[in-house]
Design a protein around this ligand. Structure first.
Ligand code: NAD
Length: 357
């Protein structure tokens, strides 16, 4: 086998353990020497954050709970002001991707280190990517200052996700793994991690969907969150391709729910790209999905876990579908394993819209 690649590993530490979040938060703050921390947790995450930080209350100088999805500029400004006026020396985020994103936008301008405690499978905690929304336009960028210094993964925290959100968020992680096979920075190491992530996510999502209980449910949740970690870390290095560009365009223009949009679009982009995958990638993806080919394997998984399947059911109108096709087509060329034409964009999005298109 001839190998020819480059791989830039990202810094950062991960501590993983069921029912360990409170202890791990304390030890990570101690290890980083953080004594004046701003806690970032959305309103829905406040009770959990309070419980997990009971033992480190003397290190928390202020709490920011004004989290909103896609980090509106006004939220960014007030979070930054809160951290500055409290004289914070670090940030502790407890919550989903929106909460992590709020801590990141403070870190972007202040350089404060982040300890991130994710409660969804979004994977933002593993990436150096920030997002900010100004006048309904979402801007993203990459900066190592926003990559958390330490991440605490506790599967007991994600277990409380409602069923629909767990499926969508798990498939958001699946999209990170799949796209990690063909992103601009993809390499054999990211593909290895992504394949392991696909296997772990599929096992965990099936366990959840089957109504597993006790040890089986706990093992499934461990697998799911471990898969989400592998998804975030492989995607962080491989970078975003056609799938993320489509979801980003639709989410930004029509305020569609983030995780659900990824879930619906993924099988259609995979079906488009599958014929152009290299033999070893196609085989690795298929094996991870326990099928002869990746497209079939992903579709079987979707059926098993009752995944959302159309953009129409997410509330996209037919007029918005046409507008969305135009927005994505205007962003071509997009680097991809096979060339993408405006007609291809229309075909992918029309299929994702569902039979009413
Ligand atoms: P979210 O953070 O908006 O959370 C969705 C809802 O679930 C919220 O109401 C939240 O309170 C609730 N919730 C979170 N954890 C819960 C739990 N354990 N139990 C019950 N309810 C819970 O959703 P998300 O999908 O995690 O994040 C989406 C955002 O993250 C988007 O803005 C997206 O752009 C961003 N994101 C960024 C990156 C990156 O690399 N920068 C990667 C992925 C996602």
């Amino acid at each position: 086998m001839t190998l020819d690649f480059s791989y830039t590993a990202l810094p950062g530490r991960v501590a993983f353990g069921r029912d360990r979040a409170a202890d791990l938060i304390a030890s990570e703050l101690e290890r980083l020497g953080l004594e004046r921390v701003m806690l970032v947790a959305g309103e829905g995450e406040a009770a959990l954050a309070e419980r997990l930080t009971a033992g480190v209350r003397d290190r928390i100088v202020t709490v920011f709970d004004g989290v909103r999805m896609h980090v509106p500029n006004a939220v960014a400004e007030s979070a930054r002001a809160a951290a500055a006026s409290a004289g914070a020396d670090g940030l502790l985020s407890i919550g989903g991707g929106s909460t992590t994103g709020t801590a990141k936008i403070v870190a972007l301008t202040s350089g404060l280190p982040i300890v991130a405690v994710p409660t969804t499978y979004a994977g933002s905690e593993m990436t150096p990517v920030w997002g900010l929304t100004t006048d309904a336009r979402k801007e993203t960028g990459t900066d190592l200052r926003v990559l958390p210094a330490s991440v605490v993964y506790d599967p007991a925290l994600t277990q409380t996700l409602p069923a629909g959100m767990a499926v969508a968020s798990g498939l958001n992680a699946m999209a990170h793994c799949v796209e990690a096979f063909w992103g601009p920075g993809a390499n054999p190491v990211t593909s290895l991690h992504a394949a392991a992530g696909i296997r772990a996510l599929a096992a965990g999502m099936r366990a959840r969907a089957s109504g597993a209980e006790g040890t089986e449910a706990a093992d499934g949740e461990d697998s799911l969150l471990y898969g989400a970690y592998l998804a975030g870390s492989s995607f962080a290095v491989a970078g975003s391709g056609l799938h993320h560009k489509i979801c980003h365009a639709l989410g930004g223009a029509f305020d569609l729910p983030h995780a659900q949009t990824h879930a619906v679009v993924l099988p259609h982009v995979l079906a488009f790209n599958a014929p152009a995958l290299g033999a070893s990638d196609a085989q690795a993806m298929a094996q991870a999905l326990d099928a002869d080919d990746a497209v079939t394997g992903l579709r079987r998984l979707y059926a098993d876990i009752d995944a959302p399947s159309t953009l129409a059911e997410l509330g996209l109108t037919r007029a918005q579908l046409q507008e969305g096709i135009g927005i994505v087509a205007a962003r071509l060329p997009i680097p991809n394993p096979r060339p993408v034409s405006p007609d291809d964009v229309a075909a992918i999005l029309t299929a994702a819209y569902g039979p009413e298109a």
